[in-house]
Design a binder for this molecule. Sequence first.
Ligand SMILES: Nc1ncnc2c1ncn2[C@@H]1O[C@H](COP(=O)(O)OP(=O)(O)O)[C@@H](O)[C@H]1O
Ligand SMILES: [Mg+2]
Length: 473
Amino acid sequence: MFLKSVKPGIIKKTSIRSRLTLFYSLAAFTLLTLITLFLYWETINILYKADYQFLSDEVETLQYILQNKHPNLTALKQEVIDYPTKPGDSIYRHYIRVFDENNKMLIETPGMSSILPVTNPDVHANKRLLKRNYRWYSNRDNKYLLIQSPVRLGNNAYGYLQIALDISYQHAVFSDRKFLIVALLASALCSLLLGFFIAHRGMRSLYVLTDTVKKITVTSLHQRIDPRSLPKELAALGNAFNQMLDRIESSFVRLKQFSSDLAHELRIPVNNLIGETEITLSRGHTVDEYQQVLISNLEELHRISQLIENILFLSRAENPQLEIQKTLLNLHDEIGVVCDYYQAMADEKNISVSCEGQAELRVNSIMFRRMISNILSNALKYTPSGGWIRFAITTYQNIVQITLRDNGIGIASEHLPKIFDRFYRVDSARSQHSGGIGLGLSIVKSIVDLHQGKISITSEVDKGTTICLTFHK
Ligand SMILES: Nc1ncnc2c1ncn2[C@@H]1O[C@H](COP(=O)(O)OP(=O)(O)O)[C@@H](O)[C@H]1O
Ligand SMILES: [Mg+2]
């Protein structure tokens, strides 16, 4: 039987390990991709910033040279012709072109015309703006970052600068994203493997728990899981499982005890029957003697029949689906009927039986009488001659309480916790002698349970016993 049915579904069917692996790898992969992309863009940014900075520095240098009334031509030549395409300086290979205020080209890096044809920049417009502008420029083979900037000349007029920085190398590095994709794919694979490994390790305690549980059988019900060996999340499960095992074990022990007690109870009367019948058959007897044997056998058979009836009652009462019919009864009258039945026995032992109080309660009449009869017969059995037995019925709000007190032999406190157990007797030999089989109080308890009531017992040896039955109206 499943306590809670789990709807079948694709996600529910996949193992926790696979789900953890998947979620972990997805999270790790997303994180890795984001970090990689961020670093990629950041590197591009830094390199391009350096390119812009280089161009801007270059403009400043040229401005410094050109603004002189008598420009240092050697320095200008070095700056424009010697340095820019110096072999080995490939990252910052650049080309410079300078125009005067009349748009006439003053000087340019050799080979610049082939990559950027001489255009006629609108010097005056740019002069007004006094603003540098950058743009990307590419020809068939290479890519350039081009700066165009007005430049103040020695005669206070404005000329114009064009510097083209070859950025083909950086561009090639960044546009080759194959490596990036391969690295990301490899990291996806790694996170998948790592995810599987982590999930497997994380679930290991669960596998250990499952193995331990699998090994527990009826013969090893005493085995327990050590919650200290489990992680915190599973320790609670381990504890709950141990508690369940405690309950199963105690039920199992009780069941075993019950069947052995039952066998024991049946063995005595059946052995008596066999013994007496064998003796009777072994020699001839008079009709009177046969009659005596039959009467004695009938007594044993009644005992067996009563035992069977009690067991049947208890097993029926345990059925949670059992519905009992209740009627509104006057409890004083009902107790009175039971007391009348036992009056002869009470008189014989010179015990006074009384009942005080009034209340009405919805109960099952037959069960109620049986319950009262069981506790009254006990009180009569265990109260010496000349004693008293008192019923008291009290009501408080919607609670009805029936108390039975006697001044009998009482019960030692160590027996009280087990007193409602089946077949439990304080003194087997004594009870056996008085005909008890230890089912009386278990039946009382199951009747109280069926009425959603409560039962409690207090007792003192040689002083007496009090049984308290509490019901809701
Ligand atoms: N009123 C009582 N005074 C003293 N002992 C009692 C009383 N009621 C029950 N007991 C003790 O509780 C035990 C269990 O009672 P019960 O279940 O009715 O079985 P039994 O068949 O022995 O009467 C009895 O054996 C007896 O020792
Ligand atoms: Mg009894």
